[in-house]
Design a binder for this molecule. Structure first.
Ligand code: SF4
Length: 327
C-alpha cells in the first residue's frame, strides 16, 4: 500500500490526446534550462486546467504498520525497526468522523490507506463499508490497499470507489534495489485490474531514493505510456525514515523535484499532478514553484499516512498569499 467531493465525480480532465513518450524525450525535458522547462510546463498546464485551482485530498491511515512487504522507504514494513506503533483496522464510525471533519475543512477527496500486501476478503468487506459511508457524505473516495486479487476491484467499484492509489514507485530497472517482496509487474497487474473495473487510477512514484535522472525519466514514461495515463499522479519526495534502509539517503536537489513535476505535467497534460510526501520539508516558495511547474493537487491535513504534512493553517495562508482556490 502506498498513498482522492465534489458533488459529482471529480472534475478529472479527460486524458484525450494520449501519445507515446520515450525516455530520451523526457530526459531532454529534464535537461532544459529550468526557466524554459517551467514555462513550457505552465503553458501545457493552462491548456488543460485552471492554473489557480488546486485539488485537495485528505489521507487517513485506516490500518497502520505491520506490513509484510519490504519497501525500503516505508515506515510501515514489519521488517524495519521504525518505532511506528501498529494499529488495527479502524472502526467504521471513526473513519466516517474523520472524513466529515476533512470535508468541513475543505477537502474534496478522502483517501483511506491500509498497510497490507493486499486486502484479505474479510478486511475488504470492512473497507467497502467505509467507502459507502464516505461516499454518502458527498466526498470523492480513494483507497490504497496494496495489490488486488481478481474480483476485488469490481467490489470496490460497486461500493462507489472513485480512485484507487497504487504507485509504480520507481523505474522498472531500479525497482529491485528498493523492493524485493513484489515486482513492478505485480503493480502493473493491479493497475490493470483497477482500470478494467472502471475506477480512476492514482499512480505515481517516489524520487530521491538513489535513482538516476534516467530512472526518474523512465518512471514518468512508464506512467504516461500506460494504455490510459493515471488520472492522478502523486510525486513524492523521499522522507528518509530512521530504521529503514533508505534512512541515510542524501536529500535530492529541490530543483530536481521541480523538474520532475514539470516533466510529469508535460508528459501527462490532463492528469492531476500531486505534491505528496516531502511537502512539509518544502518552503512556501518551493511549493509555489512546484505549482508553477504544473502541480495542481496536494494532500491537505496534518498527517500523511505516517509522516507529517504541513498543518492546515499554513496551507490556508499559502493559498491566500498565492491567490489559489481549492477544488
Ligand atoms: S506495501 Fe505499502 S505499507 Fe507495505 S511496506 Fe510497501 S509501501 Fe509500506
Amino acid at each position: 500500500m502506498q498513498a482522492s467531493s465534489l458533488s459529482a465525480v471529480a472534475p478529472c480532465a479527460p486524458n484525450a490526446a494520449v501519445r507515446r513518450w520515450t525516455v530520451d524525450e523526457v530526459l531532454a525535458l529534464y535537461d532544459m534550462p529550468l526557466m524554459d522547462l517551467v514555462f513550457r510546463a505552465q503553458q501545457v498546464h493552462r491548456e488543460h486546467f485552471d492554473a489557480n485551482a488546486i485539488q485537495r485530498s485528505t489521507l487517513l491511515s485506516v490500518k497502520t504498520g505491520g506490513c509484510s512487504e519490504d519497501c525500503s522507504y516505508c515506515s510501515q514494513s514489519a521488517r524495519y525497526d521504525t518505532d511506528l506503533e501498529r494499529e488495527r483496522l479502524m472502526p467504521l464510525d471513526e473513519v466516517v468522523a474523520a472524513a466529515r471533519a476533512a470535508k468541513d475543512k475543505g477537502a474534496s477527496r478522502f483517501c483511506m490507506g491500509a498497510a497490507w500486501r493486499g486486502p484479505k476478503d474479510n478486511d475488504l468487506d470492512k473497507v467497502l463499508a467505509m467507502v459507502r459511508e464516505v461516499k454518502a457524505l458527498g466526498m470523492q473516495t480513494c483507497v490504497t490497499l496494496g495489490m488486488l486479487k481478481e474480483g476485488q476491484a469490481e467490489k470496490l467499484k460497486e461500493a462507489g470507489l472513485d480512485y484507487y492509489n497504487h504507485n509504480l514507485d520507481t523505474d522498472k530497472d531500479f525497482y529491485g534495489q528498493v523492493i524485493k517482496s513484489h515486482t513492478h509487474d505485480d503493480r502493473l497487474d493491479t493497475l490493470d485490474q483497477v482500470r478494467d473495473a472502471g475506477i480512476n487510477v492514482c499512480s505515481g512514484g517516489i524520487i530521491g531514493m538513489g535513482e538516476s535522472r534516467r530512472n526518474r525519466a523512465a518512471l514518468i514514461v512508464q506512467l504516461a505510456n500506460l494504455p490510459t495515463p493515471p488520472e492522478s499522479v502523486p510525486i513524492n519526495n523521499l522522507v528518509p525514515i530512521p530504521g529503514t534502509p533508505l534512512a541515510d539517503r542524501p536529500r535530492l536537489d529541490p530543483f530536481e523535484f521541480v523538474r520532475t513535476i514539470a516533466a510529469a505535467r508535460i508528459a501527462m497534460p490532463a492528469s492531476w499532478v500531486r505534491l505528496s510526501a516531502g511537502r512539509q520539508e518544502m518552503s512556501d516558495e518551493l511549493q509555489a514553484l512546484c505549482f508553477l511547474a504544473g502541480a495542481n493537487s496536494m494532500f491537505y491535513g496534518d498527517h500523511l499516512l505516517t509522516t507529517g504534512n504541513p498543518e492546515v493553517d499554513r496551507d490556508d495562508a499559502l493559498f491566500a498569499r498565492l491567490g489559489l482556490k481549492a477544488v
